[in-house]
Design a binder for this molecule. Structure first.
Ligand code: FAD
Ligand code: MLT
Ligand code: ZN
Length: 470
C-alpha cells in the first residue's frame, strides 16, 4: 500500500499536476492497446527530465514501490500496463520528448526516451538524413518503448532492428543512479555491453531516459510494388530473385495473405490495392535507390518481368507516384487495425529461418485446421526477416469470445511448431505479461538462469516492471 507521504514526495519532485491519482485520468494508462487487459496503479508519474526520473526511482527503491515504465502504450504483449494489485506506479515518459542534438558528420541524433518515433524520423528527414525504424504505430510509439522492446518493423531487412540502430544510452538504474552511456561510437570494446542489456529488457532492468541513434543517408528515391502470387513458397522464390537483382537496395519485403487484405478492405472500404482479381498471397516490396527514379523503376520492372517469366508471380502493381506508394503501404499497415475491428483473435509474432517459412505455414495451418476446423488465419509479416504475424481468428460460425478461450491450446500448436523449425515465439514484440509463462517452456534452465542472474544483479528488489519477461 502506497503511503500519502510517498505521493507527496513525488509531488515535491515532479509538481502536483504530474502525479495523477484520479481514476478517470489514470484510465488511459492502465489498459493495453488491444483492450485485452486493464490493470490498476497507485499513481501515474510524469517526469520531465532525467534528474526527476532518478529522484522518483530513488524514492520508489526506498519505499519498495514497483515501477511500470510506459511510452506510447502501443505494445502488443501487455508489457506497459501494471498488474491488478494496485501497488505499482506507472512512469509515463511522454513528457521527456526533446531532441537533444544531432551530429551530421557522425550521423547520429541524441533524443529523449519520450520522443515519438515519427518526430525523430521527421527531424532526421528535415536534416537530409534517414532514421529508418518504421512501423504502423510510429505516430504514437516512443523511442524508449522502441528500445525497450527492440522494435522491428518494415525496414529491418536493410537497416536492422532497434538494437542495430542505437549507439548509446542514458539509463536510470533500479536504485535511482544515472548511467551516462550516451556515446556515439561505432566501435567500443571496453567490457560487457551494458547498452544491449537494457535494449529489449522491456523496462525490467532500468529506465531508458535518452539514446544516441544512428542516421543514414536519405535515399534519392523509394519505389514500391505490390505483387499477387499463389503460395508463400513463390514469395520465397521472389525474395531470392529480389536479393539477387536489387542487393542492398531491397529495403522492404512484406507478405500478406488474401484474407489479411480482405479484412482491410472490409473494415476500411476506402482502401484498395488496385488488383482486378484476388490472389492467395501478396508481397509488398520496396526498393531504395541512391541513383535516380529511372534506375530504381528499371530495377523493379526487371525483377517483376523475370518473376513473371518464371511464373513466380501472377500480377504486379508498380506504384507510379508517392501517393500510390503510400496507398499500398497503408493497406499493409491497416491489417492490425482491421483484424482488431473484426474481433478478438489469438496473435503471434514468430520467427523461423527464412528458408522454412513456407513449410512452417503449410504444416501449422494443417495442425490448426485439424484442432479448430474453420479457424481463419490472418498471416502477414516481415518475410524478409523470417518474421510472421501468424494470427488466428475464430471460424465464421463461432463467437470470438468463445474462440479465444482456446488461446493456450492455439499458442501451443503455433509456438511448438515455430520452435520445431528452429524459430522463436517472439520476433519483435517482446514477452511482456502475455508470453512470460510461455517462454519458460522454450528456454533452457541454463538460459533462464543467466537471465535471472542479470535481473537479480541489476534489480535485486524486483521493482522494475515486475511480472514482465521473467
Ligand atoms: P510501450 O507500449 O509504452 O512499452 C513497451 C515496453 O517498453 C513495456 O514493457 C514498457 O514498460 C517498456 N518501456 C517503455 N518506455 C520505456 C523506457 N523509457 N525505459 C524502459 N522501458 C520502457 N512492433 C514492432 O516491433 N514492429 C511492428 O511492425 C509493430 N507494428 C505495430 C503496429 C501497431 C498498429 C501497433 C499498435 C503496435 C505495433 N508494434 C510493432 C508494437 C509497438 O508499437 C512497439 O512494441 C513499440 O516499440 C512500443 O513503443 P511504445 O512507446 O508504445 O512502448
Ligand atoms: C506489424 O507488423 O504490423 C505489427 O508488428 C503489428 C502486428 O503484429 O499486428
Ligand atoms: Zn510486425
Amino acid at each position: 500500500m502506497i503511503s500519502p507521504e510517498f505521493l507527496n514526495a513525488c509531488r515535491d519532485i515532479l509538481g502536483a499536476g504530474q502525479v495523477i491519482t484520479d481514476p478517470e485520468d489514470m484510465a488511459a494508462y492502465l489498459t493495453d492497446w488491444r483492450g485485452r487487459f486493464t490493470g490498476s496503479a497507485a499513481a501515474v508519474l510524469r517526469p520531465a527530465d532525467t534528474q526527476q526520473v532518478a529522484a522518483v526511482i530513488a524514492l520508489c527503491a526506498a519505499a519498495k514501490v514497483p515501477v511500470v515504465p510506459q511510452g506510447g502504450n502501443t505494445g502488443l504483449v501487455l508489457g506497459s500496463v501494471p498488474d491488478r494489485t494496485g501497488n505499482a506506479v506507472v512512469l509515463s515518459m511522454k513528457r521527456m520528448n526533446r531532441i537533444r542534438s544531432m551530429d551530421l558528420v557522425n550521423n547520429t541524433i541524441t533524443v529523449e526516451a519520450g520522443c515519438i518515433l515519427e518526430t525523430v524520423q521527421d527531424t532526421a528527414s528535415e536534416a537530409g538524413r534517414l532514421f529508418p525504424l518504421s512501423l504502423a504505430a510510429e505516430g504514437s510509439c516512443t523511442i524508449g518503448g522502441n528500445l525497450a522492446t527492440n522494435a522491428g518493423g518494415t525496414a529491418v531487412l536493410r537497416y536492422g532492428s532497434m538494437r542495430d540502430l542505437c549507439l548509446g544510452l542514458e539509463v536510470v538504474t533500479a536504485d535511482g543512479k544515472v548511467w551516462e552511456g550516451l556515446r556515439g561510437l561505432r566501435k567500443d570494446n571496453t567490457g560487457y555491453d551494458l547498452r544491449n542489456l537494457f535494449i529489449g529488457a522491456e523496462g525490467t532492468l532500468g529506465i531508458i531516459t535518452a539514446a544516441v541513434l544512428k542516421l543514414f543517408p536519405q535515399p534519392k528515391v523509394q519505389v514500391t510494388a505490390m505483387v499477387g502470387l499463389n503460395t508463400p513458397e513463390d514469395a520465397l522464390r521472389l525474395l531470392t530473385m529480389a536479393q539477387a537483382t536489387c542487393a542492398a537496395s531491397l529495403t522492404g519485403f512484406e507478405l500478406m495473405s488474401q484474407f489479411s487484405l480482405a479484412l482491410v478492405t472490409k473494415h476500411f472500404p476506402q482502401m484498395r490495392t488496385g488488383f482486378a482479381q484476388a490472389y492467395p498471397q501478396y508481397v509488398l516490396l520496396e526498393i531504395s535507390d541512391s541513383e535516380s527514379e529511372e534506375h530504381a523503376t528499371a530495377m523493379l520492372e526487371a525483377l517483376v518481368a523475370e518473376a513473371m517469366e518464371s511464373e513466380v508471380l501472377c500480377d504486379a502493381i508498380v506504384a507510379s507516384s508517392i501517393a500510390q506508394s503510400k496507398a499500398l503501404w497503408s493497406v499493409r499497415e491497416h491489417i492490425t487495425l482491421a483484424q482488431a475491428a473484426e474481433g478478438k483473435h489469438v496473435k503471434h509474432d514468430v520467427s523461423v529461418p527464412i528458408s522454412s517459412i513456407a513449410e512452417f505455414i503449410d504444416k501449422t495451418d494443417a495442425l490448426l485446421q485439424e484442432a479448430f476446423p474453420g479457424c481463419r488465419m490472418v498471416t502477414f509479416g516481415h518475410l524478409g526477416d523470417g518474421n510472421l504475424h501468424y494470427n488466428v481468428s475464430a471460424p465464421e460460425d463461432l463467437a470470438d469470445e468463445a474462440f479465444i478461450t482456446h488461446q493456450d491450446a492455439i499458442n501451443r500448436i503455433v509456438h511448438d511448431s515455430s520452435v520445431r523449425f528452429g524459430g522463436s515465439i517472439s520476433a519483435e514484440h517482446g514477452l511482456g505479461m502475455l508470453k512470460r509463462d510461455e517462454i519458460r517452456r522454450y528456454k533452457s534452465d541454463v538460459e533462464l538462469g543467466l537471465m535471472l542472474a542479470i535481473k537479480n544483479a541489476l534489480d535485486p528488489d524486483r521493482l522494475m516492471n515486475p511480472g514482465k519477461v521473467l
